[in-house]
Ligand binder design. Structure first.
Ligand code: ZN
Length: 121
């Protein structure tokens, strides 16, 4: 008995939502209203929308601005012609192989690399 009342109530609520949405769509709401209507028909309630609705205060902000520009570290080995990935600044940007070089050679390779890349920029 009580179940039946609940059943009818929820059906009526669902119908009301569809009815209200249909009126809004007719009134001139564009894609967003249609999406809500589609959701209302599918699940009887509007679901979370994907993306931002056009005209919201955050819509004009491009996603790229939110991310801080990342400093791109050149991880290639500083020895000319070497294609290996270096071990990073703690190793004077030498790859595993060129770490075995004498310190003077490593610094020389680093300086040569710096001069070459500074000239480019
Ligand atoms: Zn190397």
């Amino acid at each position: 008995m009580f179940d039946k009342v609940l059943d009818r109530l929820s059906t009526e609520i669902a119908l009301k939502i569809i009815e209200m949405t249909a009126v809004k769509v007719e009134a001139g709401l564009s894609g967003r209203g249609a999406a809500i209507l589609a959701n209302a028909v599918a699940g009887a309630a509007p679901k979370a929308r994907v993306g931002r609705p056009p005209g919201s205060k955050n819509a004009a902000k491009p996603a790229a601005v939110a991310k801080a520009p990342k400093f791109k570290r050149d991880m290639s080995c500083r020895v000319a012609g070497c294609k290996n990935r270096s071990k990073g600044p703690g190793f004077r940007y030498m790859c595993e192989e060129h770490m075995k070089l004498p310190k003077g050679e490593q610094i020389k390779a680093g300086d040569a690399y710096k001069a070459k890349h500074a000239a480019k920029a």
